[in-house]
Every structure is written in structure tokens, then in C-alpha cells.
Design a protein around this ligand. Structure first.
Ligand code: ADP
Ligand code: ADP
Ligand code: ZN
Length: 215
């Protein structure tokens, strides 16, 4: 089963993807994580992505698509994958359609985590991310057992540099301008499933599972 998980920054894509990974053995493909890894390893994609990410802009489509394409080509996904944070533009969605024909896979579900944008600022400002494994926590809504330490791997938790008030504003604005039209695109195709992301994490997951039952 291959899934696209959509939603604005802070909607809970990473959190829910994590649960889908444990429950169904799917592999998470987060373009944000891939870019952050590329950045820390200073590979070509990292060098290009750095400034866009820092200021909250999307990385240009051609680089993003090339990175995803490489990743899909170089890895195998026995139980399927979850695309977390890709596609984010209509151009990316169209390219994904052509990549899926080329690599012969199909997307079984497109799930959109729906949440009012004003709820996202507190989610983003309280988010803490593991330096080593990328797991996310929240100082209030999902605190780690020991402050500053990842429950999963013991890694150090940090606050992402693109989580400054200014960068968050740009990210939400970018979402409205560039990603919202993609929701309309999938809605017209009739392929998108909306899930209420504005409820406790467990309830969001239950709703996602319900959607996947008949896939
Ligand atoms: P969030 O979890 O807040 O939705 P991500 O970790 O997915 O954010 O992404 C962080 C940043 O990486 C984005 O602000 C953007 O600069 C870049 N990025 C991630 N995915 C994409 C994409 N599909 N297209 C362009 N840029 C992307
Ligand atoms: P995304 O990947 O969509 O940017 P995350 O999964 O990283 O979002 O979640 C953003 C922040 O909000 C994290 O700190 C996470 O722990 C927290 N969070 C995620 N889902 C919920 C929820 N349903 N209720 C409250 N907080 C949540
Ligand atoms: Zn960790």
C-alpha cells in the first residue's frame, strides 16, 4: 500500500507517518527529512536546499522531484511507502504521476490532515525534533520522557531553525499559495480523503485507519 500524507506544516504528518510505519511496516519518505539529511551531509541537494528551507520557502520543483526520483529508484519498499510532505505543488503531483508509470507503482490513498491554520503556530513552536532519528515531540502535547532527550534513540532534541516566527509565517503563506491548489486538484480528481487533524493524535490515527480499511 502506497500513501500520500498531506497537510500544512505542523498538521501531524510526521507523527501519523510514524504510527503507520509501526503498524503496517510501511516506509516513510519525508522530503523534509531527506533535505535535512542532505543538508547535514552537504550533498548537492543539501547545498541547494539550505537557503530555501531556512527562510521557509519551497525548494524548487526540479530539485525536489529529482531527489524523490533518486530515492525511489535507489530503495525498495516491500510493504509500500508513505510520502510525507510530497507532492506539495501541482507540478510535483504531475511528475509523481509520470514517475509512478515509469517505476510501475500506484498510489492507493491520498490523505489530507485538515486543521485550521491558526492552530499550527503552537504546534510548530512547541515541536522538538531528534537530531539523530528525526522523531518529533511536543513540549506540551507529546513531551519526551526526559526533557531534551529522544524516547526512541536517546538522541538530542532540538528546535528546527525554520521554526522561527518569521519562517513559520512564510511557510504558512507558502502553503496557502502553492499547496492549497494541489488539494483542489486532488479534490477534482476525487482521490483525496480528508481527515480531521484537529483532534488527539490517537483519534487522528483511528480515522486514518478507517480510511485505509477499504483500500
Ligand atoms: P513540515 O513538517 O513543517 O511540513 P517539512 O519537514 O516537510 O516541514 O519540510 C521542511 C522544508 O523542506 C519546507 O519548508 C521546504 O523548504 C522543504 N520541503 C519539504 N518538502 C518539500 C517539497 N515537496 N517541495 C519543496 N520543498 C520541500
Ligand atoms: P508535520 O510533519 O505535519 O509538520 P508533526 O507530526 O511534526 O507535523 O507535528 C507537529 C507538532 O505537533 C509536533 O510537535 C507533534 O508532536 C505535535 N502534534 C502532532 N499531532 C498532534 C495532535 N493531534 N495534537 C497535538 N499535537 C500534535
Ligand atoms: Zn531519536
Amino acid at each position: 500500500m502506497n500513501i500520500i500524507l498531506m497537510g500544512p506544516p505542523g498538521a501531524g504528518k510526521g507523527t501519523q507517518a510514524d504510527r503507520l510505519v509501526s503498524q503496517y511496516g510501511l516506509t516513510q519518505i519525508s522530503t523534509g527529512d531527506l533535505f535535512r539529511k542532505a543538508l547535514s551531509e552537504q550533498t548537492k541537494y543539501g547545498v541547494i536546499a539550505k537557503y530555501f528551507i531556512q527562510f521557509g520557502h519551497l525548494v524548487p520543483d526540479d530539485y525536489t522531484i529529482a531527489m524523490v526520483r533518486d530515492h525511489l529508484k535507489e530503495n525498495t519498499f516491500d510493504n509500500g511507502f508513505i510520502l510525507d510532505g510530497f507532492p506539495r505543488t501541482i507540478i510535483q503531483a504531475r511528475e509523481l504521476e509520470s514517475i509512478s508509470r515509469e517505476f510501475k507503482f500506484k498510489i492507493d490513498a491520498i490523505i489530507n490532515l485538515d486543521i485550521p491554520l491558526e492552530k499550527l503556530v503552537s504546534r510548530l513552536s512547541g515541536r522538538r525534533t531528534c537530531q539523530s532519528c528525526g522523531a518529533t515531540f511536543h513540549v506540551e502535547f507529546n513531551p519526551p520522557k526526559v526533557e531534551g532527550v529522544c524516547d526512541k534513540c536517546g538522541g538530542e532534541l532540538y528546535q528546527r531553525p525554520d521554526e522561527s516566527e518569521e519562517a513559520v509565517k512564510v511557510r504558512l503563506d507558502t502553503y496557502n499559495k502553492q499547496t492549497r491548489p494541489l488539494i483542489d486538484y486532488y479534490t477534482m480528481q476525487g482521490t483525496i480523503i480528508n481527515v480531521n487533524g484537529d483532534q488527539p493524535m490517537e483519534d487522528v490515527f483511528k480515522d486514518i485507519e478507517k480510511c485505509l480499511e477499504d483500500k
